[in-house]
Design a protein around this ligand. Structure first.
Ligand code: GAR
Length: 216
């Protein structure tokens, strides 16, 4: 099996990045982490990646006058490290359609909601405000429209009556750490196949329904 050389793009603490690095330690995982790239020099995830022995690079968006220059510098780093597949993991810059087209079907993201609900920011706060009983996270291919790409995998968690955005966010984040390695393995390992807006996953099995609230 060839393992696809994968870059993880981060902007912050990098807990999803850590989950991906950990999963890719298994030699049978279909991706190897070739680079962690941050647009912020102070991102906490950079130290964690270095400690894990993964090469890191910084392309500071503030050093580039426009998006094209910023993305050209990122592209140069990706090429220099022989990258074939890209995961966004808390990467908080909007990418241009040109960059996304170059990485079509090889660029995935994790988003902290059950898309298409709650695209954008402050997803946990908005889920609580809407009173949903089930919330979660989504791994999807990236398309130019924000948080709108074909969905590879989702994980659902219950919303509890006494949740705050912090407690709910922590529950979702835990689910993200399991879902993202799984989603990457499907996409990089060739088990996920895009068909328009849908993704077919070879060997997927049905699950029982998650019911929330669950009473005794
Ligand atoms: C994660 O919850 C991720 O889903 C979210 O940022 C957090 C990054 O945490 N991403 C987005 O909101 C993208 N729009 P991490 O740095 O600890 O992985």
């Amino acid at each position: 099996m060839t393992r696809r050389r994968t870059a993880i793009l981060i902007s912050g603490r990098g807990s999803n990045m850590e989950a991906l690095i950990q999963a890719a330690r298994d030699p049978s995982f279909p991706a190897e982490i070739a680079l962690v790239l941050s647009n912020r020099p102070g991102a906490g995830g950079l130290d964690k990646a270095s400690q894990a022995g993964v090469p890191t690079a910084v392309v500071d968006h503030r050093s580039h006058p426009d998006r094209d220059g910023f993305e050209a510098a990122m592209q140069a780093q990706l090429q220099a490290h022989g990258v074939e597949f890209v995961c966004l993991a808390g990467f908080m810059r909007i990418l241009t359609a040109g960059f996304i087209a170059r990485w079509e079907d090889r660029l995935i993201n994790i988003h902290p909601s059950l898309l298409p609900a709650f695209r954008g920011l402050r997803t946990h706060e908005r889920a609580l405000a809407e009173g949903v009983r089930i919330h979660g996270c989504t791994v999807h291919y990236v398309v130019p429209e924000l948080d709108a790409g074909p969905i590879i995998a989702q994980a659902a968690v219950p919303v509890l009556d006494d949740d705050t955005a912090e407690t709910l966010g922590a529950r979702v984040l835990q689910a993200e750490h399991a879902l993202y390695p799984f989603g990457l393995s499907l996409a990089a390992g060739g088990r996920a196949r895009r068909e328009g807006q849908r993704v077919r996953v070879a060997g997927g099995k049905p699950q029982p329904a998650l019911v929330s609230p669950l009473l005794d």
